[in-house]
Design a protein around this ligand. Structure first.
Ligand code: FAD
Length: 406
């Protein structure tokens, strides 16, 4: 039996590291276990909206991240076939409107910034090569078993926070029927050095310091700078079949080009320029969110509610979850049942609303024919202020206080 920590976190992804920081700041001691031996650079770009960066600032992570990230000037929605902008939504004013910046960054840079902050906390330990294989909750705490490669260890804690991702073993162990299901969509990812961007793409890209979302029949294509502007991240979302539980399998750029046939040559120029790099990621989602397994075991992040990237809120929801849970619980355990019930109710509502926005974006982005014409007319007619106002509920939300901005 090892030392008893207040809290054990399973998984050192965005949810787990954020949860550890948020709880440590409240005086809890935290042990994080991750099954990987080395936290890799695997991953691609992430967009972090103000609802996430506001919380990262409070945790002392934002200042570490900003030098590696990009603050985009705008989001452009672009007609994927014609290469013509349908609308421009200014993001430069995010800080003034929502009191926090809109950032684009590489997942590895966010993880590194979180780990740097974690390493500075005397009351957080992070262990790699430690697979959380089982847990059993009792009245006074939880026993967590770890496979550390050469031995099995048992650890005691007051709470187990399972942040073990979309294929969460803790969720599966609870025999919840609503596990992750394949969405029918694949996210293809690649990046290029900004200086290697093809001319055909640069010729139609409104500017290189913005996010652009190219829309078309059954697919969309997102481009934005990361790594302090030195690199450009591309995500192409297409229909596809379930390749099984894998991240980052090598993608066939010929198949990708076929999926984008009829699209603007700028997109094809990028597909060719990054031909050797495309990876494809199956998109899984939970049909419904689930946070509480029992009073001693809580799911957060993708383990609780993996969602599609159509609202670009996967990492942001993990960060919100973590901060909201830490805000809800004090060291006074007597309050936990009521606090957990409130947390569960509020987070379930919030996640459902964000998931609905994602479904709406999927419809609007991938629509074709007369509906697409209608969409384009609507986008052109809508004032930039209305676009921003429509995001106040999402970006203005403070994950540590229950309740949404107007
Ligand atoms: C390698 C990787 C790359 C990704 N890249 C991107 C990206 O580029 N863009 C994007 O939008 N999203 C990406 N995602 C998903 C994105 O990070 C999540 O949607 C979001 O950040 C929520 O993260 P999470 O912490 O809930 O889950 P995850 O980021 O999946 O983290 C889960 C962590 O739990 C660990 N783990 C799993 N099982 C166990 C266990 N039994 N015991 C101990 N540890 C365990 C995993 O090793 C992992 O570190 C990526 C995820 C991974 C794992």
């Amino acid at each position: 039996m090892k030392d008893a920590k207040h809290i054990i976190v399973a998984g050192a992804g965005v949810a787990g590291l954020t949860a550890a920081l948020a709880f440590a700041m409240k005086g809890f001691s935290v042990a994080i276990f991750d099954k990987t031996r080395e936290l890799s650079e695997v991953g691609a770009g992430l967009q972090l909206a103000p609802n996430a960066t506001r919380l990262l600032a409070r945790l002392g992570v934002l200042d570490r991240l900003i030098p590696q990230a990009v603050t985009p000037d705008a989001l452009y929605l672009i007609d994927g076939a014609k290469g013509r902008p349908l609308t421009r939504m200014g993001l430069g004013g995010a800080e003034a409107r929502w009191n926090a910046p809109y950032l684009a960054c590489h997942r590895a840079d966010l993880q590194a910034a979180l780990i740097a902050a974690v390493n500075e906390h005397a009351n957080i330990t992070l262990r790699l090569g430690a697979n959380v294989i089982s847990h059993s909750a009792g009245e006074n705490g939880v026993t967590v078993r770890i496979n550390a490669g050469d031995r099995i260890e048992e650890h005691q804690a007051k709470l187990l926070i399972a942040c073990d991702g979309v294929w969460s073993a803790r969720r599966a162990a609870a025999e919840l029927r609503q596990s992750a299901a394949f969405t029918g969509h694949i996210a293809w990812r690649a990046s290029l050095a900004t200086e290697a961007l093809p001319q055909e793409f640069l010729a139609v890209l409104p500017d290189t310091n913005s996010v652009s979302a190219w829309l078309g029949r059954g697919a969309h294509f997102i481009a934005y700078p990361v790594k302090a502007g030195k690199s450009f991240n591309f995500v192409a979302v297409t229909k596809g079949s379930d390749p099984g539980r894998e991240w980052s399998a090598k993608g066939d750029s010929i198949k990708l080009a076929v999926a984008f046939s009829g699209w603007h040559p700028a997109i094809h120029a990028v597909i060719r320029a990054a031909a050797e790099q495309w990876t494809h990621w199956p998109l899984f989602e939970m049909r419904s969110s689930r946070f509480i397994i029992d009073e001693r075991t809580i799911l957060l992040g993708d383990a609780a509610h993996a969602m599609t990237p159509f609202a670009a809120q996967g990492a942001a929801m993990a960060i919100e979850d973590a901060c909201a849970l830490a805000a809800a619980l004090t060291v006074e355990e007597a309050d936990w049942p009521a606090a957990l019930a409130r947390f569960d109710e509020e987070r379930t509502k919030r996640i459902a609303r964000v998931a609905r926005r994602g479904s709406w974006n999927r419809f609007a982005y991938h629509t074709a024919g007369p509906l697409a014409l209608g969409r384009n007319m609507l986008l052109r007619a809508r004032s930039p202020e209305r676009f921003l106002a429509d995001l106040d509920w999402l970006y203005g939300y403070d994950g540590t206080g229950f309740g949404e901005a107007a």
